[in-house]
Design a protein. Structure first.
Length: 65
C-alpha cells in the first residue's frame, strides 16, 4: 500500500500538509468573518492559523529526496 504525500496541481507537486494549511486558513477566515463582520481580524486569524499549521506539520514532514 502506498501513501501519497504530494498532490500535483498544474504540474507542480504540493505536499498535502501545505494544502491542509491553506484549507484551514480559509475555514478560519470565513468563520471569523461571519463571527465578527470585519475583515481585519479575519485575515489576521487566518494568516496565523495557516502559518501555524504549515510550520507545525512541516516540521514533521519527511522527504525522501
Amino acid at each position: 500500500m502506498t501513501v501519497r504525500d504530494e498532490v500535483s496541481i498544474a504540474g507542480v507537486r504540493w505536499p498535502v500538509y501545505k494544502l491542509l494549511a491553506l484549507a484551514i486558513g480559509v475555514m478560519v477566515l470565513v468563520t471569523v468573518a461571519v463571527a465578527t463582520g470585519s475583515a481585519a481580524p479575519s485575515v489576521l486569524a487566518a494568516a496565523a492559523a495557516g502559518t501555524l499549521v504549515w510550520l507545525g506539520l512541516g516540521a514533521f514532514h519527511t522527504s525522501d529526496r
